[in-house]
Design a protein around this ligand. Structure first.
Ligand code: AMP
Ligand code: MG
Length: 347
């Protein structure tokens, strides 16, 4: 399959009439899959009401069929078509964070969406992305669009159109190049089917921000307890992994450097994931600064790009510094721990 690339020169013009947007939306209407930029990462979109389109998404990604997809909409009115009820707290969260990096789990109206998109669950995950291209495509095609991250299953999520093509060139109908994405980590997933909302996956919107709007918020036990079964099926899989084994290192920069030196003495090529503040503290084969520790948003934005760069450097092992578990640090640590398969070395 020849993968088409669409692009617009500026986002100021009326995007809905842009021929590139109209063409890409046409592919979506024909049940083809199209990668599109959102404010978090690139998504791989397909008509959520079509088994055919949804099957193509799972197939292109190699995604396990028991891992349901997030449905993207441009207009809240669309909820009435496939959501059974909208609880008050969900309304409040939508008012506060949509469009934006917050996915809400609702009870599903049966018989509208492809069963494959929701992996047969009685609930459905929905969000409204905050990106002009994504919103224009959604509006023009007029469909609810199922869109997981546009990477091969298990790899770091794509934050540029080039990353999408690295993984999926020839496997999808096209990619809409909207430049690098801003937030860099995926949406926060919050279950609103119970009285007290529960965070199933940390992401772009923090627990603190949610609590400000709806009061008490719970966190799925599986996020802190490895033995617990996650309520978001996707959270049980290893994700975001670079090719080389990755270890989280808890300790001083001197301790991390000692690990590097030991491995180099064994003849291995070693990578270090650090931030701009500490980049001069290490001598390794590939030392990559992932944003600035003092501004965690910059770490989130650079995270997947950095993980992919270790693949280009062909290192044999990677050691990563730790990050604080508060604010967006929570999502950063969640993704790094998954990428590391929970391998941790403590001083
Ligand atoms: P991704 O699209 O790859 O960023 O992942 C979407 C995440 O949302 C995965 O962890 C899914 O398992 C989770 N998810 C999607 N739909 C539901 C649902 N109905 N209930 C719980 N988790 C869901
Ligand atoms: Mg993903």
């Amino acid at each position: 399959m020849n993968t088409k690339v669409w692009k617009v020169d500026n986002y100021v013009d009326n995007l809905k009439n842009n021929p590139q947007v109209v063409d890409a939306a046409d592919f979506l209407r024909k049940n083809e899959v199209v990668a599109l930029p959102t404010e978090t990462v690139y998504g791989l979109g397909g008509n959520a009401e079509s088994d055919e389109a949804v099957a193509k998404i799972y197939e292109a990604k190699g995604r396990p069929g028991d891992n349901p997809l997030i449905i993207h909409i441009a207009d809240r009115q669309q909820l009435t078509r496939f959501v059974a009820d909208v609880p008050h707290k969900a309304e409040q969260l939508m008012d506060a964070f949509w469009p934006g990096p917050l996915t809400i789990i609702f009870n599903k109206k049966e018989g509208v969406l492809s069963e494959k998109a929701t992996a047969g669950l009685a609930t459905v995950a929905v969000r409204m992305p905050d990106h002009p291209v994504a919103l224009a495509l959604l509006e023009v095609c007029g469909l609810p669009i199922a869109a997981p991250s546009a990477n091969s299953s298990g790899k770091p999520s794509p934050t540029t159109a080039a990353h999408v093509l690295d993984d999926l060139n020839g496997k999808i109908a096209g990619v809409f190049d909207g430049g690098p994405t801003g937030v860099g980590v995926e949406s926060t997933v919050v279950d609103c089917t119970e009285e007290i909302p529960v965070i199933l996956r940390p992401g772009g919107v923090t627990l603190e921000q949610l609590a400000e709007v709806v009061g008490e918020v719970h966190v799925d036990a599986a996020l802190t307890d490895e033995a617990a079964r996650p309520k978001a099926p996707g959270m049980k899989y290893r994700h975001y992994a670079p090719n080389a084994p990755l270890f989280m290192v808890s300790g001083t920069t001197g301790f991390l450097q000692k690990l590097v030196t030991e491995k180099q003495q064994e003849g291995l090529k070693v990578g270090v994931l650090t931030t701009e503040e500490n980049v001069d503290q290490y001598s390794a084969d590939l030392v990559l600064a992932c944003g600035r520790r003092a501004e965690l948003e910059t770490v989130a934005a650079a995270l997947y790009e950095t993980l992919r760069r270790f693949n280009q450097g062909q290192v044999d092992v990677i050691y990563s510094e730790m990050f604080t578990n508060t604010g967006v640090g929570n999502a950063i640590m969640n993704r790094l721990q998954k990428a590391a398969g929970n391998k941790l070395i403590s001083e």
